[in-house]
Design a protein around this ligand. Structure first.
Ligand code: THU
Length: 138
């Protein structure tokens, strides 16, 4: 059942990005699209490499585009992949999203029909380590 409250622009951006994924090794297309607190949109796709560990995730691409655009606070991030399962961000991407999140940040996991699950940052990465933890040192 599609979530009718979804942000159509973010969903379409994520889908477009997914279709551009460079995935000759896994054939697993992933797209990510970010809406920032300032109201800007950014997207990214996964980009694989013949040296497998050098591949990058869709979320990392979208975050790099956001930072290049001068934005650092994610309001919503949509992640979409093929298939029936939930394409939840990998562990590394959870930490990457965490760096640019607040209590209001929502992570939306999508399939072809729309949003399948929406999570807060704390649900996706509980007891996380972030920039504030460094401020507590010394
Ligand atoms: N992938 C992402 O782009 N994001 C994730 O959070 C999960 C995994 C990509 C990496 C690789 O290109 C492919 O999906 C299969 O793991």
């Amino acid at each position: 059942m599609p979530d009718l409250t979804q942000n159509t622009e973010l969903f379409e951006l994520a889908k477009e990005a997914m279709n551009k994924a460079y995935v000759p090794y896994s054939q697993f297309h992933v797209g990510a699209a970010i809406l920032t607190a300032k109201g800007q949109f950014y997207s990214g796709c996964n980009v694989e490499n013949a040296a497998y560990p050098e591949g990058t995730c869709a979320e990392a691409g979208a975050i790099a585009a956001m930072v290049l655009g001068g934005d650092t606070l994610i309001k919503d991030i949509y992640v979409i992949g093929n298939g029936d399962g939930l394409v939840t961000p990998c562990g590394g991407c959870r930490q990457k999203i965490r760096e640019f999140s607040s209590a209001d940040t929502m992570i939306h996991i999508c399939g072809a029909e729309g949003v399948r699950k929406s999570l807060t940052m704390d649900e996706l990465l509980p007891f996380s380590f972030g920039p504030e933890n460094l401020e507590q040192a010394g």
